[in-house]
Design a binder for this molecule. Structure first.
Ligand code: GLY
Ligand code: MN
Ligand code: MN
Length: 491
């Protein structure tokens, strides 16, 4: 049995959210130096989502900006942050029989004690309470998620607020809070480290117990059980991707229902979620526990890409440059293995790696698995080249950023068929080798969760990575790893 982390206390320390509110208040004071006390940020909790038209709901997932500021799991609440740093929660008035079906009715006192908010009132008191605090302008979230294109949840200001002459503004909060969420505090880093560790342990259990003859769903089930039972993670951060064989070439393969066949690679992308904070980890390994030389070629290529980036990331480094470093490294290996033909500079110039790694190097990670802040107005725009246009951010890294590093190499039939049919790319592809050896290989992705520090990075991911570590773990040897700290010099 692997050495399990003890569950962190439920709920998380109230100081996490108090600190986050105070940081937002400090930005508010800078943004509105003449009259900051007239402004308050207003955030809204998520709503329950019913299953079809029934009175059953999906497991509730709190809206991330609200969760970030208040750490409260309740639907339909609202929260205001004043420029003084005061945090005021407004809870819905629930019908009496809520207590019969769902548990004790929340009251201002109980929610105040639970969250450490400065004050708690009912939603229908919002206009009067904020007016009495001298607030005139409610700053609400208005923005668009740069991965999904969906609008973020804008607080519905109660009509009474407008009726009494209060105003609403949407120009400031989205940028301010999204920027702030990119810079993790030490307290947040502790939680992220915890959820990454709990998820790593669950991955190791899957790796240890994986055998040919199982079904992909059993790999998923093993992960979910360990992440929840031992790690306290009731939710995962995204649908588990349990691909084996050719399914590994489908980036977000969702079915997880095929047999696990001897001789295949597994690509398992799974991450637990702890009070909203996400892990996002991918392990790739041979399902029978022993790499073939053919599997090793691709695995070593991706591992070197992953490791080179880990040894290069630090504040001041461009994420686009890190992406190029990764795909160039994989490209060099593919040339050496005679999968690709030509010199690496030509292949990079012709953007050939778009067919082998059709996704970005990684993304910001936090309360959302593809976290906010990737393409804010004052950040570099999305690159247009075909081998890096899928990047979820093009930012220059900074201390406190938390990112995934997840290079991959895939043999995706749709992409390869397209490349092989186009003479400008086909002349660089060894079609015989690709079709003869790798057509049904699937893919390899190696994904770690990494905190950017003052002079490098800390990798929170604690899973077997080298061929030797994976083979030993799958042969039954105990596995133990501590977080690795990288001090990286400017390249
Ligand atoms: N699990 C989704 C991703 O790696 O981005
Ligand atoms: Mn990821
Ligand atoms: Mn992932």
């Amino acid at each position: 049995m692997t050495d399990y982390p003890p569950a962190m206390p439920f709920p998380l320390a109230k100081e996490i959210y108090r600190e986050q509110r105070e940081r937002l208040a400090s930005t508010m004071r800078e943004a509105f130096p003449a009259d900051s006390t007239r402004h308050a940020a207003l955030l809204m909790a998520g709503a329950e989502v019913p299953i079809n038209s029934t009175d059953c709901n999906y497991l509730f997932v709190q809206e991330s900006y609200f969760n970030y500021a208040f750490g409260l799991e309740m639907p339909d609440a609202m929260g205001a942050v004043l420029s003084s740093g005061e945090g005021i929660i407004f809870i819905p008035r629930l019908p009496e029989d809520f207590a019969t079906w769902m548990g004790a009715l929340p009251t201002p006192d109980s929610v105040c004690a639970q969250t450490g908010a400065d004050e708690v009132h009912y939603v229908d008191e919002l206009a009067a309470v904020l007016a009495a605090k001298g607030v005139h302008v409610l700053e609400v979230l208005q923005g668009q998620n740069s991965d999904s294109g969906l609008a973020v949840l804008e607080a519905s200001v109660p009509p009474a607020w407008l009726a009494q002459g209060g105003t609403v503004a949407g120009a400031w909060l989205y940028h301010a809070l999204s920027t702030q969420r990119c810079y993790k505090t030490a307290r947040e880093a502790e939680v992220l480290r915890y959820v990454c560790r709990a998820s790593s342990v669950a991955h190791v259990e899957v790796m240890r117990t994986c055998r040919p003859g199982m079904s992909q769903h059993q790999l998923e089930s093993t992960f979910l059980h360990h992440a929840y039972y031992h790690g306290g993670c009731r939710k995962v951060s995204y649908t588990c991707i349990c691909a084996t064989g050719h399914h590994g070439a489908t980036l977000h393969y969702p079915q997880n229902d095929a047999p696990v066949v001897d001789g295949q690679m597994a690509l398992l992308d799974m991450g637990g979620n702890y009070h909203g904070y996400a892990a996002d980890i991918t392990c790739s390994f041979p399902v029978n526990g022993r790499f073939t030389p053919t599997q090793r070629v691709i695995y070593d290529a991706v591992l070197e890409a992953h490791d080179r980036v880990l040894r290069a990331v630090r504040p001041g480094v461009s994420w686009v440059d890190m992406h190029r470093l990764a795909i160039r490294t994989t490209c060099e290996h593919l040339i050496r293995a005679d999968v690709l033909r030509g010199d690496v500079d030509t292949l990079m110039e012709k953007e050939v790696m778009q067919f082998f790694q059709p996704h970005g190097l990684g993304h910001l990670l936090g309360l959302d698995v593809h976290d906010v802040g990737g393409y804010l107005a004052d950040c570099p725009a999305r690159p247009t080249q075909k081998d890096c246009c899928k990047l979820r951010t093009a930012r220059v890294l900074d201390k406190g950023f938390y990112v995934t590093i997840e290079p991959g190499c895939y043999f995706n039939h749709v992409l390869l068929t397209k490349a092989l049919a186009d003479p400008q790319y086909a002349c660089h592809l060894n079609e015989e080798k690709i079709r003869g050896t790798y057509w049904n290989f699937g893919g390899v992705r190696i994904e770690s969760d990494v905190l950017i520090t003052e002079d490098g990075a800390i990798n929170f991911t604690l899973v077997p990575r080298t061929v030797e570590e994976i083979e030993a773990t799958m042969a039954g040897q105990a596995f133990h790893k501590e977080v690795e700290t990288y001090k990286n010099v400017v390249q």
